[in-house]
Design a protein around this ligand. Structure first.
Ligand code: PEP
Ligand code: MN
Length: 337
């Protein structure tokens, strides 16, 4: 349920309402909008007499939060969530450009790529150190050594870091090196992992599952938010369809749909969305035109020798050209790089 307090309700009054809702066994989350405190009371709301709550002192209105996702919904928080990471405010007027290798492979590789993407205009360095590989015999990542390299390469170039965490036990380690915790497509419904990242104070980049509906994706965001971490960045990365010419089908419908349903920022990954180097730029341009808050793109200086996802990695000069094009498109949709 959504309980909106009257404008000017003193903090003690708000605290009183919140305490009474908690005593009814509900979890309570608050946000401010339009000079009013908005309180989402979630859990088993059936035992509460909401007509009575509407008469409590300081309460302006009580209404149901109709969607299955509550904290992620625009009904709870009408204005866009903006998540600050280093120099970037994700969800604000400036687009978040995240780029880097699929996997951290070594010092020279990650430093070369970090320098190139920073020069081109990226603000966040991506790179996997723990990789979810379809084959157990494929390169699995450099582990903590990879995280150290990624952090150093990012710091040397004024970039923030995003890296994937695959297991709940590894969340503290990832949180030590990475500014943003990436939950990969394969783990979108790993609820133990969602709970664990929900307990941290780090922004979470939540990729859409390979075969997940938008509602399931937003409910996964809700799992994180229900633990108290409201800093969720959604990432559309393509879904499985009957189409085989591309690795996945990049669902750009999701961008405007999510923007209506949720206040959370949504970025697009055209690298995994297409799986094909020369299809990455057109879909990246389309994503920004569709209203995405940013991009996450795989870049490699020697993609033929990349240990993962070389076929979909842009060369640094291709990435530079793409960012120049994105600057122009951004202006048309009222954003900037
Ligand atoms: C990745 O970012 O390299 C990755 C494995 O992505 P996804 O989870 O979208 O497949
Ligand atoms: Mn990859």
């Amino acid at each position: 349920m959504l309980v909106i307090l009257k404008p000017g309700t003193p903090e003690a009054g708000a605290a009183g309402v919140i305490t009474r809702l908690r005593m009814a066994g509900l979890a309570v989350h608050r946000t401010e909008h339009d000079g009013r405190t908005r309180v989402a009371a979630v859990g088993d709301t059936s035992a509460v007499d909401w007509k009575e709550v509407a008469r409590w002192s300081g309460v302006e209105s009580v209404s149901p939060l109709a969607r299955p996702f509550k904290l992620a919904s625009r009904a709870f928080r009408p204005h866009d969530t903006v998540i600050s990471v280093g120099k970037v405010a994700i969800g604000g007027p400036q687009l978040a450009i995240m780029a880097g290798p699929c996997s951290v492979e070594g010092e020279e590789q990650v430093f070369t790529i970090a320098r190139a993407v920073a020069q081109a205009g990226a603000t966040v360095l991506r790179g996997g150190a723990y990789k979810p590989r379809t084959s157990p015999y494929a390169f699995q990542g450099l582990g903590e050594e990879g995280l150290k390299l990624l952090r150093r390469a990012a710091d040397a170039n004024g970039l923030a870091v995003v890296s994937e965490v695959m297991e709940p036990q590894l969340v503290p380690l990832l949180a030590r090196y990475s500014d943003i915790l990436q939950v990969g497509a394969r783990n979108m419904q790993n609820y133990a992992l969602l709970r664990e990242v929900g307990h941290t104070d780090k922004p979470v980049l939540l990729k859409r599952g390979l075969a997940s509906t938008i509602e399931e994706w937003l409910l996964s965001a809700e799992h994180i938010m229900a633990q108290g971490n409201a800093q969720v960045i959604l990432c559309e990365r393509g879904i499985r369809t009957f189409e085989t010419y591309t690795r996945n089908t990049l669902d750009l419908n999701a961008v405007p749909v999510v923007k209506e349903l949720s206040h959370l920022p949504v970025i697009v990954d055209p690298s995994h969305g297409t799986g094909i180097r020369d299809k990455v730029a057109p879909m990246a341009r389309a994503a920004i035109a569709a209203g995405a808050d940013g991009l996450i793109i795989e870049v490699h200086h020697d993609p033929d020798r990349a240990l993962s996802d070389g076929a979909q990695s842009l060369r640094p000069e291709q990435f530079g050209e793409l960012v120049r094009q994105i600057r122009t498109i951004a202006e048309v949709v009222g954003r900037r790089v």
